[in-house]
Design a binder for this molecule. Structure first.
Ligand code: C2E
Ligand code: CA
Ligand code: CA
Length: 402
């Protein structure tokens, strides 16, 4: 082997711990420097240019959060391993704040630790997070007006499956805007913009009609459903339910096969009108889903008062359910709520097999996420469906552990 596998900088005020970490790292082929205080750490960070950093959360002169903030500000892009004897929840909170500050590859090492735990973290590849999701795009109002007027919005479909059987149960329609010369504009950018400009009804109408036309064609004989996102801004309009009903009829799709997904119904300017609109949806046979449940926008008050038929557990709780005990507790509680109220529970943001196995085990009804299928153009769905049908089943090969 030539040269070290990496350079590790250890920040820990406990010399014995620092020496243990150094020893494990050196036997794994790392070059190691240690620092007992913040100033020494800072100097070494620039002089030694570490690929990996371990830091103790609680130290006498400075706490780990301040160090994480400084590392992020400094643009440090190596692996960060946070170690501490504090409660695991404190460690996970520190990890979350590191990720929110934009650091990458943040691992946790609860003390006391085994050499193997540290080795695994040193060996883990740094997961690069997609950057610039919101910052990259600057697109104007006139471009949005044009794409709507010219009906150039496209729709991507993301499959939803039954957690227990893996059977495809439905598809969520997601708006896509690919602007020539600019590239894809994320819905997180243009949907709020359409809401601000009073254009969201036009957006919904286009997505709904495009999606219904596809669904009527492709899923005619199936038992699947089509989910469409609605903006809370649209709920002031009592005639919305009639328009959606007419659109379903025009495409020959039974309203019972359509799910309307909603967040923050409370923010519509007229909550009484909104309530009437939601109730009318249900009377017409449309299903109603409370989206992003567990975030500030989708609250218990709404869940209790509005006539929802499905609860979508927000992806922030699902994404790390396999690794975070706290998220698992929250997911279980949400399932209890959903089922206690007679709602179907759907987990979104399922990114790996272990999470899907956990969801099946705890009785979640449906799942959606990159592990199952990304949102895709309609013509990519048949190939996805046959690949999904041939996926390795749990039990047939590797069984995820409990
Ligand atoms: P949403 O309704 O919560 O949609 C799910 C979002 O999660 C989608 O982002 C989807 O691509 C993403 N997603 C799905 N699986 C995974 C996963 O495993 N991991 C991760 N990290 N993400 C996953 P997208 O398409 O960017 O849409 C963002 C939001 O924009 C939607 O969130 C929805 O609130 C809004 N939106 C999209 N299309 C429409 C629309 O036609 N009308 C309205 N009113 N809002 C829309
Ligand atoms: Ca949604
Ligand atoms: Ca959602």
């Amino acid at each position: 082997m030539t040269g070290p596998r990496g350079r590790l900088l250890v920040l820990d005020d406990d010399e014995a711990v620092a020496a243990t970490i150094a020893l494990v790292a050196e036997t794994s082929g790392f070059e190691v420097a240690t620092a007992a205080g913040f100033d020494a750490f800072w100097t070494a960070l620039h002089a030694f240019a570490p690929t990996h950093v371990t830091l103790d959360l609680s130290m006498p002169e400075v706490d780990g959060i301040v160090v994480l903030q400084r590392l992020a500000k400094d643009g440090y892009d190596g692996t960060v391993i946070v170690c501490s004897g504090l409660d695991r929840r404190v460690l996970e909170a520190a990890q979350r704040s590191a990720l929110e500050h934009g650091l990458e590859g943040v691992g946790l090492l609860p003390k006391p630790f085994l050499p193997a735990d540290l080795r695994a973290l040193l060996d883990a590849p740094v997961e690069r997070r997609a950057r610039g999701r919101s910052g990259a795009t600057s697109i104007g109002e006139s471009a949005l007006r044009a794409v709507l007027a010219e009906r150039r919005l496209e729709v991507a479909y993301q499959p939803k499956v039954d957690c227990a059987t893996g059977e495809v149960v439905g598809f969520e329609a997601l708006a896509r805007w690919n602007e020539p010369g600019v590239g894809p504009v994320p819905p997180d950018v243009f949907v709020p913009m359409a809401e601000r400009l009073g254009l969201v009804d036009a957006l919904t109408e286009q997505v709904l009609n495009e999606a219904l036309a596809w669904f009527a064609r492709a899923e005619a004989g199936a038992r699947t459903h089509l989910a469409v996102n609605l903006s809370a801004r649209s709920l002031d309009d009592v005639a919305l339910a009639d328009r959606i009903e007419r659109a379903c009829a025009a495409h020959g799709v039974a309203p019972q096969r359509v799910v309307l997904e909603l967040t923050e119904t409370a923010s519509s300017s007229d909550p009484i009108a909104a309530h009437d609109v939601l109730t009318r949806f249900r009377i017409k046979g449309l299903a109603l889903s409370i989206d992003d449940f567990g975030t500030g926008h989708s609250t218990l008050v709404q869940l209790a008062r509005r006539p929802f038929s499905e609860l979508k557990i927000d992806r922030q709780f699902v994404a790390d359910a396999a690794t975070s005990r706290e998220s698992r507790v929250i997911v279980r509680a949400m399932l209890g709520l959903a089922h206690g109220l007679g709602l179907v529970a759907t987990a979104e943001g399922v990114e790996d097999a272990a999470t899907l196995a956990f969801l099946a085990e705890v009785g979640c009804d449906r799942a959606q996420g990159y592990h199952i299928g990304r949102p895709m153009a309609a013509d990519a769905l048949p190939a996805w469906a046959s690949a999904w049908a041939q996926r390795p089943r749990p039990g047939s090969s590797v069984e995820p552990g409990t």
